[in-house]
Design a protein around this ligand. Structure first.
Ligand SMILES: *Cc1c(COP(=O)(O)O)cnc(C)c1O
Length: 379
């Protein structure tokens, strides 16, 4: 893997920035509220194990992942904290869940019974968190009478430990409209009250994603469950630049300039010739492409930084390269640092900006950074 580390396009992850964001989120919650850090999708592209190590050092209590395989990877790297698998798990994964002591999200009695059978067969118990769908319309028990009854049945299963109950918000939530988030939270609270009437007390009740963790400390319950904000990404456009909300971007993307090329006016650039120079120009070639996470939708829209100045991406993005217009840059040289996401001098390009220009969100941009991109950890 030495070759990959030497590559002239790379990701930098600032672990000190990560620490700052964890401390910021912790400042929002009470001293006894637990912190479940969401590290799915390779910690939103930041590298799961190095990130989990910092999260542990900063006192995060639990991890959440999307897939069983992600939980197994954490266990294989020595993480012994509770790990909740958020996504649906399939029967062929039950033994792995048991072997690695993963907690699973459960939203049907049938699946609880299946898991219970597996646990009993191995003389063990499986930890579960009940998932309640208060308005996401995805996985989860609907908050109704039939679900209450099913949950009471689940609580009787000797092979399961019901360690938690949670819901997930469909909104970031935005400052201008917090009503749906509150609606969901109230439904969840009411459902919890109904359970308590039945003498059911589940130890860990949790709901808050990043947005709620930042905006609504009232929703912290027993545990918060943030992902996005850990990585310094804003959960929704309205929180960006909002006074008092201080998140520090953790990840930068950089490359070395691979070519400096003076061309005449009328030069067509890249596949399908979607760009033609309008004057004698200097083009620069950056050695990364859509395989590395430079979205094709950035063609003729995105910008990068070179010598602290913005340079437009011109022509279509190729698999392994893209072209920038560096006509206005003084004395550019092969090997000069190009910043795709991050700071250079006084300029900055955020993942949020790239997301908007690519027609998506910052998270998708970071999660799609390719496997070929080496990650360098700073601080
Ligand atoms: C991804 C995810 C989170 C984290 O949400 P952010 O908005 O990234 O903070 C929390 N809970 C569930 C169920 C998730 O799928």
């Amino acid at each position: 893997m030495e070759g990959i580390r030497m590559r002239a396009a790379w990701i930098e992850v600032d672990l000190e920035a990560l620490r700052k964001n964890i401390r910021y989120l912790k400042s929002k919650i009470g001293p006894t509220t637990k912190f479940m850090a969401v590290v799915k999708a390779n910690a939103y592209g930041h590298g799961m194990c190095p990130v989990a190590q910092i999260l542990r050092e900063e006192g995060c209590d639990q991890f959440a992942v999307a897939l069983v395989q992600e939980g197994v990877l954490l266990r294989e790297n020595g993480f012994q904290e509770p790990i909740l698998v958020l996504g649906h798990v399939f029967p062929e994964e039950y033994q792995q869940i048991l072997a690695h002591n993963l907690s699973v999200s459960i939203d049907t009695l049938e699946q609880a019974e299946e898991l219970n059978d597996v646990a009993l067969q191995f003389g063990s118990r499986i930890s579960i968190h009940l998932k309640i769908d208060t308005g996401m319309g995805r996985l989860g028990f609907l908050p109704n009478q039939s679900s209450l009854e099913q949950i009471c049945e689940i609580l009787k299963l000797p092979g399961l430990m019901v360690d938690g109950i949670f819901t997930h918000f469909a909104t970031a939530p935005q400052i201008s409209d917090t009503s749906y988030c509150w609606h969901q939270f109230h439904l969840f609270e009411e459902f919890l009250k109904e359970l308590e009437k039945k003498e059911v007390h589940i130890p860990l009740r949790h709901a808050s994603n990043s947005g709620a963790a930042i905006l609504f400390p009232q929703m912290q319950l027993d545990m918060i469950r943030p992902g996005t904000a850990l990585y310094g990404l804003y959960p929704g456009e309205e929180l960006e630049g909002q006074a008092g909300i201080s998140l520090t971007p953790v990840l930068s993307v950089k490359a070395k300039l691979a070519r400096v090329k003076p061309v005449p006016s009328g030069t067509r650039v890249s596949y399908s010739s979607t760009f033609t120079t309008k004057c004698p120009s200097t083009l620069g070639v950056v050695p990364m492409g859509y395989v590395d996470g430079i979205f094709r939708s950035l063609a003729n829209k995105g910008e990068v930084l070179l010598h602290g100045q913005r340079c437009p991406m011109v022509g279509n993005i190729c698999m392994d390269q893209f072209v920038i217009d560096i006509t206005h840059i003084e004395n550019p040289k092969v090997g000069d640092e190009v910043v795709i996401i991050g700071k250079q001098g006084t300029e900055e390009i955020t993942a949020e900006e790239i997301g908007r220009k690519a027609g998506t969100i910052s998270i998708e941009i970071l999660c799609d950074l390719g496997e070929r991109m080496p990650i360098h950890y700073l601080n």
